[in-house]
Design a protein around this ligand. Structure first.
Ligand SMILES: Cc1cc2nc3c(=O)[nH]c(=O)nc-3n(C[C@H](O)[C@H](O)[C@H](O)COP(=O)(O)O)c2cc1C
Length: 220
């Protein structure tokens, strides 16, 4: 009997708060649930702290503006980093993103990663019908934490994070996004405790259901 290939999981963490991060903790629960679900397949986890990814540089911006004849990139340029980050993403069977909301959207660390991987002629192409993603689709699980509410009747702020992330990842061909939210982390200990409980339960229920219906594309 052959040993099944491990499931390669790439987990991106965007919070600047390190081990104290709520979104990081929620993503740990997602990883546990994935591990329980994967059965006989081992999870091979690569974690990347996006706070180490700098913004794209001038050479990269020029290259994207005119892909032909933009000069030779130097080692250490954004272009090389972009190649590495895209290869890393492409190798993954599953993507997990742990991110806080910053000013109604993604934090700058996650935006820097997006600017490196959403790249014309490499991860998407422009067609008369619009942009077409070049990466194969795969499950993407997002753990979002926010100081206030971002959904339901108590939300008093816009949420550009989820629609933006959905659109950015769909551009490269990742269309199977599922977001879990942990909302109200700034609203006191009681709200935070309840928010954690609800978010963790949502993850367990989602993967519990997936397991019973065997509908995730990761069985093998
Ligand atoms: C720069 C900055 C901007 C923020 N903007 C928002 C916001 O627009 N809406 C919100 O609900 N919380 C906002 N917050 C609060 C964080 O989303 C909240 O503390 C979250 O739980 C942090 O997640 P983490 O523990 O994973 O870092 C902001 C925090 C920071 C540092």
């Amino acid at each position: 009997m052959t040993t099944p290939h491990p499931l390669r999981v790439l987990r991106l963490t965007a919070s600047p708060r390190g081990a104290e991060s709520e979104s990081l903790r929620l993503s740990e629960h997602i990883l546990d649930a994935l591990s329980a679900q994967s059965g006989h397949r081992r999870l091979e986890l690569s974690s990347v702290d996006l706070n180490d990814v700098p913004p794209v540089d001038g050479g990269y911006a020029r290259m994207l503006a005119s892909p032909r004849g933009a000069g030779v990139p130097h080692p250490g340029d954004s272009l090389h980093r972009s190649d590495r980050l895209i290869d890393q993403l492409d190798r993954a069977d599953i993507l997990v993103i742990a991110t806080p909301m910053h000013n109604y959207s993604v934090p700058s660390s996650l935006k820097a990663w997006i600017d490196h991987v959403v790249r014309i002629q490499r991860t998407f192409e422009s067609t008369p019908e619009g942009k077409r993603g070049l990466l194969r689709d795969r499950p993407v699980y997002v753990a979002v934490s926010s100081g206030g509410y971002i959904s339901g009747p108590r939300a008093r702020q816009p949420d550009f994070l989820r629609p933006y992330l959905q659109a950015a990842l769909a551009t490269v061909g990742l269309n199977s996004l599922h977001c879990f939210t942990l909302e109200g982390t700034a609203l006191g200990e009681e709200v935070l405790t309840e928010a954690r409980r609800r978010a963790f339960t949502a993850v367990s229920e989602y993967f519990g259901r997936s397991l019973s219906q065997a509908r995730l594309p990761i069985q093998g």
